[in-house]
Design a protein around this ligand. Sequence first.
Ligand SMILES: NC(=O)c1ccc[n+]([C@@H]2O[C@H](COP(=O)([O-])OP(=O)(O)OC[C@H]3O[C@@H](n4cnc5c(N)ncnc54)[C@H](OP(=O)(O)O)[C@@H]3O)[C@@H](O)[C@H]2O)c1
Length: 325
Amino acid sequence: MLCAYAQSQDPADPLAGLVVGELPDPGAPYPDWVPVQVRAAALNHHDLWSLRGVGLPVDRLPMILGTDAAGVLDDGTEVIVHSVIPSRDWHGDETLDPRRTLLSELHPGTLAERVWVPAGNVVPKAPELTWTEAACLPTAYLTAYRLLFDAAALRPGGTVLIQGAGGGVASAATVLARAAGLRVWVTSRSAAKRDRARELGAHEAFEPGARLPDQVDAVVETVGEATWSHSLRALRPGGTVAVAGATSGAMPPADLNRVFFRSLRVVGTTMGTREQLVALQQMLVATGVRPVVDDVVRLADVGPALGRMASGDVVGKLVVDLAAA
Ligand SMILES: NC(=O)c1ccc[n+]([C@@H]2O[C@H](COP(=O)([O-])OP(=O)(O)OC[C@H]3O[C@@H](n4cnc5c(N)ncnc54)[C@H](OP(=O)(O)O)[C@@H]3O)[C@@H](O)[C@H]2O)c1
């Protein structure tokens, strides 16, 4: 079947190991797994990390990339794939299973005509969402939902700072936070992206590291080293930095004096539960908010699209239309 896969890995040149071509259908590793005919699949920074050799051991190559998909079961049911695969005997929050994996880490991913997942890892797709919109939910939007409403435990009326506004997770957090009645402040390196963030619902957009008008209740942090110290300085005493990524580097100065003296909370999180994916979709249906899509491309054009993501030249999600020739 046609798919986009990692053939090799290179930290400096991730796209060198990407192939769009034919691989055999992997089939079901267990009897209770089901095939999903993929209609749309969104790209994520996770795909670049896999091609750089982060989180994907070389002995698992070739590996089909992709952690997001919306598609159709054999009986015609339209579904969204939940990409967090727990171990078979796990109960409860799937993200807390120490042996959980994301699609494309152990099992083949979603950038393919067909993906196999445990029967419990699909959620009925709401008819209100297009295939493109639905494909954005399982990774960036689910992560943003959990960052805001679980890790940071934000409530309507609170103030959130979202770092790196152009990113898939950050733009998701911007529209979800606005819809939830929060005061939304963002930063971005680019003036054009700051303007776009205001259009998307940010109340104000600042340059990275800018002095803010007030202290914030929480920070959504996926940028890492480039913004970490600003994130800690932006918080009110007792505030929370909710962190799900470190695109610019994962080893910033910890600034422990600030953390304990101001009683800050640093909460890490990855993806979200199936239950949260259901709630996220319900939130989109109820509010009318829709994912921010930068572009829709064909499977053959995954390479150039990932190149745009690597260069930071994106606002929102890049989505692959599997029905397009
Ligand atoms: N833990 C999880 O479950 C989870 C889920 C999804 C993603 N992530 C991680 O979160 C991070 C963001 O993912 P994404 O898919 O949203 O990626 P993305 O769409 O490529 O966004 C990355 C953003 O980082 C911002 N950034 C600011 N300063 C930067 C710098 N110095 N170098 C590089 N980027 C900088 C950019 O925003 P501006 O250009 O606007 O400044 C850029 O748009 C990735 O590291 C990803 O692996 C984790």
